[in-house]
Design a protein around this ligand. Structure first.
Ligand SMILES: NC(=O)c1ccc[n+]([C@@H]2O[C@H](COP(=O)([O-])OP(=O)(O)OC[C@H]3O[C@@H](n4cnc5c(N)ncnc54)[C@H](O)[C@@H]3O)[C@@H](O)[C@H]2O)c1
Length: 321
């Protein structure tokens, strides 16, 4: 088995970007798809990604010029033999993914090849069910455009082995990503679970006639779009009133969001203890005076940067002076 030889199975929108990431970091990449046309199309798409990575991501021009020598497109699964790491990235369908994982396993049966599924929301434990070597199966959820984004969720299925987890994290880091380890398998993992809840509420607001599609989109762009590249939800609450304020604001809305009208325990407990986020140094995180200033300043800078960008993209008639 060659540690530098990896594979991508399914060269669609995501698979092409994933292949580009591996090529940019010096891997030999076997690319398997059932469609010859998709494989042909992947070459132009990867070339475009490599050009972007050279212009914006500091990719060595020599690697950009020679990537095609290291890319091996094929419809033949037997070419997976000898690959140390395989990313499955076919369309989101449990049965189809299970069948492909079994095919990959057959070819790589005698090795320690780790097989990662790029699924958006299917629990890895379900994907592992028919597998002969479930300890080698892991979730690896990428974000589009895969060659440009830092995001990767590494998901441990119930039967995933520690070695597979360590390998997947090491590969993600070698690809210049910022991996998030999801410790417990659940539909949607972290980001899609949160995102799907948000999309569901957006539909609900639309259905109830509270606002139209464009207004909902614009409102989120003007708020979430401002903070989400420097904060997650916990940091954001800490910066803007902390658990105490959010608990008070959220309590009356809870019954319209879930079957329980109770606040979730993590925020209820902190609110009861008087946690006001950066205002008193206690929130979901704790803050020294220096840390409080750092986060305040960071967010303020970000708010101006994004507001300026929004004015360029979506000019208001009466902008900030
Ligand atoms: N679209 C997104 O933004 C996004 C983001 C993260 C993860 N994902 C997940 O990534 C996965 C791939 O999504 P996509 O949008 O790239 O799909 P896609 O439909 O663009 O590509 C799927 C590819 O798989 C190939 N394929 C189908 N059956 C195959 C088989 N048996 N063996 C080999 N190749 C086969 C198809 O020919 C196609 O080229 C999905 O699970 C999706 O949920 C998507």
């Amino acid at each position: 088995m060659n540690g530098n030889r990896v594979a991508v199975v399914g060269l669609g929108l995501l698979g092409r970007g994933i292949a580009a990431c591996f090529l940019a970091r010096g891997f030999e990449v076997v690319a398997v798809d059932t469609s010859e046309a998709r494989l042909r199309e992947s070459i132009a798409a990867i070339d475009q990604s490599m050009a972007e990575l050279t212009e914006r991501g500091g990719l060595n021009p020599e690697r950009r010029a020679s990537w095609r020598e290291h890319y091996h497109p094929t419809v033949n699964y037997s070419h997976l033999r000898g690959c140390s790491f395989v990313v499955e990235s076919i369309a989101e369908n449990l049965q189809a993914k299970q069948a492909v994982l079994s095919q990959i396993e057959e070819v790589t049966a005698d090795s320690r090849t780790v097989v990662a599924s790029n699924t958006s929301a299917i629990p890895i434990t379900l994907l592992q069910q028919p597998c002969a070597h479930p300890q080698r199966i892991i979730g690896m959820h990428w974000a589009e455009p895969a060659h440009a984004t830092r995001f990767i969720e590494i998901i441990r299925g119930d039967r995933t082995g520690d070695e597979a987890v360590e390998t997947a994290i090491a590969i993600a880091k070698r690809l210049g990503k910022d991996p998030s380890l999801v410790q417990k398998d659940a539909p949607g993992f972290i980001v899609n679970r949160i995102a799907y809840a948000m999309y569901r509420e957006a539909m609900q607001i639309l259905e109830e006639g509270i606002a139209d599609v464009e207004t909902i989109d614009r409102s989120l762009r003007n708020t979430l779009g401002l903070w989400a590249s420097v904060c997650g939800p916990f940091r954001w609450m800490d910066l803007t009133g902390g658990p105490e304020l959010y608990a008070r604001a959220m309590a009356p809305v809870m019954s319209s969001l879930s079957s329980s009208n109770q606040l979730p325990p993590p925020i209820a407990c902190l609110a009861e203890e008087g946690a006001k986020g950066i205002a008193n140094g206690r929130g979901f995180y704790t803050y020294t005076t220096e840390e409080k200033s750092y986060w305040e300043q960071l967010y303020r800078e970000q708010a101006w940067k994004v507001t300026q960008q929004q004015q360029e993209n979506f000019p208001l008639e009466t902008p900030h002076e």
